[in-house]
Design a protein around this ligand. Structure first.
Ligand code: GLN
Length: 538
């Protein structure tokens, strides 16, 4: 029987609802339960696929090809359970489904309304695809009090009174600020936020208080009294040095114990936190530092390359080193800047990207990595640019480019129509911007005696994609003659998935995003190997 845990947030956004949900999921999984994590986003975009990283940080891609909120990345990294399309919903998606149905006349002449039609659709989402899960943790995006989140809060209230009766638990995460001027921890914002929640008919069962410093018992008592929550269910979460300390800190605060107590359940297994301790120790104590230059358009934005940042940390854990990122804005990189900045780097990474801005700086950096033997990893756009650099400077195709950002170029990277999962072509000139990419997991064959094969130690792999453009496969022979090997190709030999350079110690480009599959406990081999090569380089 599935139990439902709803996680809401109050006072301010960005308190770490995603991390708290992921940590709780990890603890429950470790206690022997089957767990599923879901995210409901109140914005009107159908999915975050078309949103700029400035707005929404990274777009996380699932195996089944959904473009989702970056919190699903936290969920996967903490639980090692692959998320699915059905685990993320937005107001935009709900309305778009409802309006489609309405146009088809499926509401049989009824007036279509927020209650019950929108709320019913949200309740369907909560229960959808649940098979043998013991716990379904649903995080509600935004902050209590936002107009957008009202239908979601109303839906979870209804749910707890219907299908979820006596099977639902409400967790509310709030900020408990410290006021320097009065040298005091303040509980009033939490009281107000809970009051707001209760006015919507939701009484939290557990309150998680985010605070800069430990909350003294008196203040906890106050929260318990005013918010009508048992004292032991007022849980604190004090800022941690690395996010991977979060599961342990929630364990020490007995969050998992209180959840099981609420549902009158006994643990099925003992929790083993040793592997996590090892991770945090390595992250916090490693002396050796490896400098990796991350060159992109959004490097100064905290969450724009979230999974990538984490995957690099995982690679560092595997090699017992601390990875220090030199975040270089590709738009500001001219050749002088590159020579100066890249001198400090032991490895160069060009992540995924879109559009012309900043491409010149990236191409110049790739040239340097290729010529000077600096370890290089190009991801998606990074690989496409590595192919363009090679075509221009080695094959001497001076006008080589991608039709994505240069209409007058000689395209070595181009739009190959739109591909579906079976490799067949869906033609259409007027496709919407969202959902027209090669998205989700695809397999690749790895060539014998290649660097990539020695890294994966497999002949075939599956990785997640998110792109529209492809390297022209017809150029394979021409490139290989000069030393750029197409060492990973699609099973039907039509698409270039991986390139590497003969004679270069470590130069790899991948058309997919390996960062989505890296986990702290299971670092991705490509990142482990890249950091290892960089560690040896300098
Ligand atoms: N802009 C490129 C494409 O659409 C690469 C996308 C990416 O790096 N994710 O093919």
């Amino acid at each position: 029987m599935a139990r439902y845990i709803f996680v809401t947030g109050g006072v301010v956004s960005s308190l770490g609802k995603g991390l708290s949900s992921a940590s709780l999921a990890f603890l429950l999984k470790s206690l022997g339960f089957n767990v599923r994590l879901r995210k409901m986003d109140p914005y009107l975009n159908v999915d975050p696929g078309t949103m700029s990283p400035f707005q929404h940080g990274e777009v996380f891609v699932t195996d089944d090809g959904a473009e989702t909120d970056l919190d699903l990345g936290h969920y996967e990294r903490f639980t090692n359970i692959s998320a699915k399309k059905s685990d993320n919903i937005t107001t935009g998606r709900i309305y778009s489904d409802i309006i489609k149905k309405e146009r088809k006349g499926e509401y049989l002449g009824k007036t279509v309304q927020v209650i019950p039609h929108v709320t019913n659709r949200i309740k369907e989402f909560i229960k959808k695809d649940i098979i043998n899960e013991d716990f379904v943790i649903c995080e509600i995006g935004g902050t209590v009090g936002d107009i957008e989140s009202l239908p979601f809060l109303e839906a979870i209230r209804q749910f707890s009174n219907e299908d979820g009766f006596q099977k639902s638990l409400f967790i509310h995460l709030t900020l408990v600020p410290f006021l320097k001027s009065s040298d005091e921890i303040k509980t009033k914002p939490t009281q107000h936020s809970v009051k707001e929640l209760r006015s919507l008919g939701i009484q939290p069962d557990i309150i998680i208080c985010r605070s800069e410093m430990p909350i003294p018992p008196d203040q906890r008592k106050k929260i318990s009294l005013f918010c009508n929550v048992r004292f032991e269910n007022v849980i604190e979460t004090v800022d941690v040095k690395t996010i991977y300390e979060a599961p342990k800190s929630f364990y020490l605060e007995k969050l998992d114990k209180q959840v099981l107590k609420f549902f009158k359940l006994k643990p099925r297994k003992k929790i083993n936190l040793k592997p996590w301790n090892k991770i945090t120790n390595t992250i916090l104590r490693s002396k050796k530092v490896v400098n990796i230059a991350l060159i992109g358009k959004y490097v100064n934005l905290k969450d724009a390359y979230k999974s990538l940042d984490e995957a690099l940390i995982h690679g560092g854990i595997k090699n017992n080193v601390k990875v220090n990122l030199l975040r270089l804005d590709s738009e500001k990189l001219n050749s002088k800047e590159i020579n100066k900045n890249l001198k400090k780097a032991s490895g160069i990474l060009i992540p995924g990207g879109f559009g012309k801005r900043g491409t010149d700086g990236k191409i110049l950096s790739i040239k340097l990595a290729r010529e000077k033997g600096i370890p290089f990893l190009g991801i998606c756009f990074g690989m496409q640019l590595a192919v363009i650099e090679f075509a221009r400077n080695v094959l001497k195709i001076k006008k080589a480019g991608s039709s994505e950002f240069d209409k007058g170029c000689e395209p070595v990277v181009g739009l190959m129509e739109e591909w579906d999962k079976n490799g067949s072509i869906i033609k259409g000139t007027n496709l919407d911007l969202g959902g027209t990419m090669r998205l989700g997991a695809f397999s690749a064959k790895l060539r014998h005696n290649s660097l990539i094969r020695s890294i994966y130690r497999k002949s075939s792999i599956s990785e997640r994609h998110r792109h529209r453009y492809e390297v022209d496969f017809k150029l394979k022979e021409k490139f290989e003659k000069k030393g750029m090997i197409f060492s990973g190709v699609s099973p039907d030999n039509k698409l270039t998935e991986i390139i590497e350079l003969k004679g270069h110690h470590w130069f790899i480009g991948v058309q997919f995003h390996p960062e989505f599959k890296s986990r702290p406990l299971y670092p991705h081999p490509l990142f482990s190997s890249f950091i290892n090569a960089s560690k040896k380089y300098k």
